[in-house]
Ligand binder design. Structure first.
Ligand code: C2E
Ligand code: MG
Ligand code: MG
Ligand code: MG
Length: 279
């Protein structure tokens, strides 16, 4: 950071940079300890069927309960876990814990788990998924694995072969955050995803910007033509729901339907809370 500020700044910024580095090291150290100390928690957020307004899938989202800093969101520590390799044991723990919880849910509810690109390079991902299913008793057809384009960027690591092996287990592969990053349409040809999750950045301005509505509509139609479904992320208003239903998007996830919560707070049996919208 200080480099671009010219030579005179070095002396001034050096102690601050040392402190930054110390904090970074400390953070990495604490993160490594967090797994044996059982400081990770999984919260669960429903994905709602826009035909019935009932949860069809529930996404597992990891958090770190830091003893001093409180609940830390995944964007703050997953990148560090990826850099340090911790994502491999952490990812396996998440698969195991989430599958155990998911196996207790009603048969029609699926579990969605996010995978990091690093896990695809471990050489152990297929075994980890197979093991988590076997140990928990969760049927493969009730597991959705969410990947982002970053996974597909590493074409040289046999990624495609791993994806096909995973699909061979009977799990569903879902493309997350579609529309951000490279969003090459060739990815959609490369692999038969079950679903595409439309990134929340397009959903946020759905009612105020016609270009966002056009993108959501086009991606939904494209997905349908390729025999894939779509899930809209970040749905916060009923106005968005009306627009999503109008363009044929079948599933939605967002604070309107529920924030990520601990497993005990999930409720599957409640009647649709807006029956008139379901009609
Ligand atoms: P994601 O997989 O795209 O997850 C959706 C994110 O959107 C979640 O953030 C969720 O809390 C947030 N969200 C849901 N509804 C709304 C809404 O209505 N409005 C807004 N503004 N946000 C909403 P979260 O839990 O902080 O997770 C962030 C990202 O961290 C995830 O994005 C995923 O890429 C990654 N992540 C989370 N859990 C895991 C995990 O177990 N393993 C890996 N590898 N990555 C994970
Ligand atoms: Mg996700
Ligand atoms: Mg997403
Ligand atoms: Mg995301």
């Amino acid at each position: 950071r200080a480099k671009g500020d010219g030579r005179g700044c070095w002396r001034f910024f050096e102690p601050a940079m040392d402190a930054d580095l110390r904090l970074q090291r400390e953070f990495e150290f604490r993160l490594r300890e967090a797994l044996p100390r059982q400081e990770f928690e999984i919260h669960y957020q429903p994905i709602v069927d826009l035909g019935t307004y009932r949860p069809c899938t529930v996404e597992a989202l990891v958090r770190w309960r830091h003893p001093e800093l409180g609940l830390i969101p995944p964007d703050k520590f997953i990148p560090v876990a990826e850099e340090t390799g911790l994502i491999i044991p952490l990812g396996e723990w998440i698969l195991d814990a989430a599958c155990h919880t998911g196996a207790t849910w009603p048969d029609h509810v699926r579990l969605a788990v996010n995978l990091s690109a690093i896990q695809f390079r471990s050489g152990n991902l297929v075994d980890a998924v197979r093991g988590a299913l076997a140990r928990s008793g969760l049927p493969a057809a009730r597991l959705e694995l969410e990947i982002t384009e970053s996974v597909l960027l590493q074409k040289d690591h046999g990624t495609l072969a791993v994806l096909h092996e995973l699909a061979g287990l009977g799990v569903h592969i879902v493309l997350d955050d579609f529309g951000t990053g490279y969003s090459s349409l060739s990815y959609l040809q490369l692999f038969p995803f079950s679903k595409i999750k439309i990134d929340k950045s397009f959903v946020a301005d759905l009612s105020s910007r016609t270009d966002c509505a056009a993108i959501v509509s086009t991606v939904t139609n494209l997905a349908k033509a390729l025999d894939m479904g779509t899930t809209a992320e970040g749905v916060e208003t009923w106005e968005q729901v009306t627009l999503l239903r109008a363009v044929g998007c079948r599933e939605a996830q967002g604070w309107l339907f529920g924030r990520p919560v601990p497993a005990v707070a999930l409720c599957f049996e409640a009647a649709p809370f807006r029956a008139e919208a379901a009609a």
